[in-house]
Design a protein around this ligand. Structure first.
Ligand code: GAL
Length: 464
C-alpha cells in the first residue's frame, strides 16, 4: 500500500513540475491553414531596412581576431571554417558600397544597419586611421543621400588583433579601449547617424567563443564564458552612458542588440529535457534580460558557471532594444557525459540551410519576451539561409505575419531589418550559407535579386 501511495505522490510531483515548467514561455504552434498572411498591420513610419556587418561583406579585414582564426586549424589539423574558407574580398562592399546602397533603395527600404570595423579604424592601440574614418563618413553621406537612415553597430564580433593580445573582453580593464574607440567614432558620426547599436549579441559571442569553442579564441570554459558576458554587459552600460554625455548623445538613440533563440524541450513531458532547456534559456536569454530589468546579472549552474554582476545603471541603459531572431533550438537530453544533449529538428517544421527550422511562432514569442523590458523594439536581424531560394518567400511572409501579430497585440516594434542584403561570409559556416536578398557571384561580384526577396519589396510597398 505504502509503495502505491509513494508512487502516486511521485507521479503527482512529476506532473506538477512539468506543468510548472511548461507555464514558462512554452512552445506554440499556429494553424497556418486558417491564417491569412496578407493580413498585416504596421504602424505609420515603420522603419523597413536591411542589415549587414563589416567583416562579413567589406573585404580587406586582415587585422582582426577572425582573420587569424580563418587561418588556424583545430587540434586535428582541420580548418576552423567550413571548407577551409577565408573571407578574402567578401562582397567587396568596401569599394562597392555606393552600388549596394542603390540596391537597398531599389527595394524601397528606408534604413540600413551596418557595423564599423574597429581593426581598420584603430589598427594599432590608440592610433586612428584618418583615411578609414573618412571612408565611413563617405558611406554615411551616401546612405543619407539615398534617403536612407543609417544605423551603426559598434561591435559585431570582430576586434583588432592588438585588443585580442590584451585579452579582449576576458579582462574588465579592456573595456576602456573599447569605450575610447566608441567615443571616437561617435564624435565623428553622431551628427548624421540617429541610431546606434553598441554590441551585437553578447550571448552569441560569449557562448560560441568561450563555451562551444567554435569561434575565436576557441575556449571551452563555462566560467570564462560567464565572465565575458559580464564584461560585455558592463561594456554596454559604460559605452551607453559615455555616448549619452557627448554632443548629440541626447538626440540619438542607443541600444543593445539581443539575440533570442528559445530552447524548447524535444519531449515536453520529459523532466530532464525541460530542465536542460530552463538552464540553456537562463544562460542565453533570461540572465541578460533580467540584468536590464533589475541591474543584477546572475548565472549559476553548479560546476559550470558562477558569475554575478550588479550595475543599477543597466536599468536605464537602452533607448531601444534590438532583437535578432531566427528560430528555436529543440533540445533532447542524452545520457552521455561527453555531450549531455543534442539539438533536433521538429519534423513538422521546414528546415533552413542552417541547423534550425522556420519557426515564426518563436519570433512572436521572442517579441513578447523582449517586450518585458518596456523599451521600443527594433528587429535588427531576421532572415533565412536558403541556397535554393525555395523557402525565402514563405519565410518572409510568415515571419512578417508573426511580427504584425505581435504589434497588433501590443508590442512596441518600430522597425525591421532583414538579414541580409547580400550573401556574405557566415562566420564558421564560411560562404556556404546564402542569406542574401541579392545573390552574390563572388567571382564577378555580380548581385542578382532573388525571386524569394520580391515578397519583401511587395510588402514594403504595400505597408511603407
Ligand atoms: C547573427 C549574426 C549575423 C549573421 C546572422 C545569420 O547571429 O549577428 O552576423 O551571421 O546571425 O546567421
Amino acid at each position: 500500500m505504502e509503495i502505491v501511495i509513494g508512487l502516486i505522490l511521485l507521479i503527482c510531483v512529476y506532473v506538477l513540475a512539468i506543468l510548472y515548467l511548461r507555464r514558462l514561455d512554452s512552445e506554440i504552434h499556429w494553424d497556418w491553414k486558417t491564417i491569412d498572411t496578407d493580413d498585416l498591420h504596421f504602424p505609420d513610419n515603420f522603419l523597413w531596412g536591411t542589415a549587414m556587418a563589416a567583416y562579413q561583406v567589406e573585404g580587406g579585414c586582415t587585422n582582426n581576431n577572425w582573420n587569424e582564426w580563418e587561418r588556424a586549424t583545430d587540434s586535428d589539423g582541420r580548418p576552423r571554417i567550413r571548407n577551409g574558407a577565408v573571407v578574402g574580398a567578401a562582397c567587396d562592399h568596401w569599394n562597392r558600397y555606393e552600388d549596394d546602397i542603390r540596391l537597398i533603395k531599389d527595394l524601397g527600404l528606408k534604413a540600413y544597419r551596418f557595423s564599423l570595423e574597429w581593426s581598420k579604424i584603430e589598427p594599432a592601440e590608440g592610433q586612428f586611421d584618418q583615411a578609414v574614418l573618412k571612408h565611413y563618413s563617405n558611406v554615411i553621406d551616401a546612405i543619407l543621400k539615398a534617403g536612407i537612415e543609417p544605423m551603426i553597430t559598434l561591435y559585431h564580433f570582430t576586434h583588432p588583433i592588438w585588443f585580442r593580445q590584451l585579452g579582449a573582453f576576458e579582462k574588465i580593464e579592456n573595456i576602456d579601449h573599447f569605450q575610447r574607440f566608441c567615443e571616437r567614432v561617435f564624435n565623428e558620426y553622431s551628427d548624421r547617424v540617429p541610431k546606434w547599436c553598441t554590441i551585437n549579441e553578447i550571448e552569441v559571442e560569449a557562448t560560441q567563443s568561450y563555451f562551444t569553442g567554435d569561434w575565436p579564441p576557441g575556449e571551452q570554459d563555462g566560467q570564462i564564458m560567464g565572465k565575458v558576458m559580464r564584461h560585455l554587459l558592463e561594456a554596454h552600460v559604460r559605452v551607453y552612458r559615455a555616448l549619452k554625455s557627448l554632443p548629440n548623445g541626447e538626440k540619438v538613440q542607443i541600444g543593445l542588440v539581443k539575440n533570442i533563440f528559445q530552447f524548447d524541450p524535444w519531449r515536453p513531458w520529459h523532466l530532464i529535457d525541460q530542465i536542460c532547456c530552463r538552464l540553456l534559456n537562463r544562460v542565453f536569454n533570461g540572465g541578460i534580460i533580467e540584468f536590464f530589468k533589475t541591474g543584477r546579472f546572475r548565472l549559476f549552474i553548479p560546476g559550470l558557471v558562477n558569475v554575478t554582476h550588479v550595475n543599477r545603471f543597466a536599468i536605464s541603459a537602452n533607448d531601444f532594444i534590438g532583437l535578432n531572431y531566427y528560430s528555436h533550438l529543440v533540445v533532447k537530453f542524452k545520457w552521455d557525459p561527453q555531450d549531455f544533449f543534442q539539438f533536433r529538428l521538429r519534423p513538422r517544421e521546414t528546415p533552413t540551410d542552417m541547423d534550425y527550422t522556420i519557426y515564426p511562432e518563436g519570433f512572436y514569442r521572442a517579441l513578447k519576451q523582449i517586450g518585458k523590458l518596456g523599451l521600443p523594439i527594433y528587429v535588427t536581424e531576421n532572415g533565412i539561409a536558403d541556397h535554393r531560394d525555395d523557402r525565402r518567400e514563405h519565410y518572409i511572409r510568415r515571419y512578417l505575419y508573426a511580427l504584425s501579430k505581435a504589434i497588433v497585440t501590443g508590442s512596441d516594434v518600430r522597425g525591421y531589418f532583414y538579414w541580409s542584403l547580400l550573401d556574405n561570409f557566415e562566420w564558421s559556416e564560411g560562404y556556404s550559407m546564402k542569406f542574401g536578398l541579392y545573390k552574390v557571384d563572388f567571382e564577378s561580384q555580380k548581385r542578382v535579386l532573388r525571386d524569394g526577396a520580391v515578397a519583401y519589396r511587395e510588402i514594403i510597398t504595400r505597408h511603407g
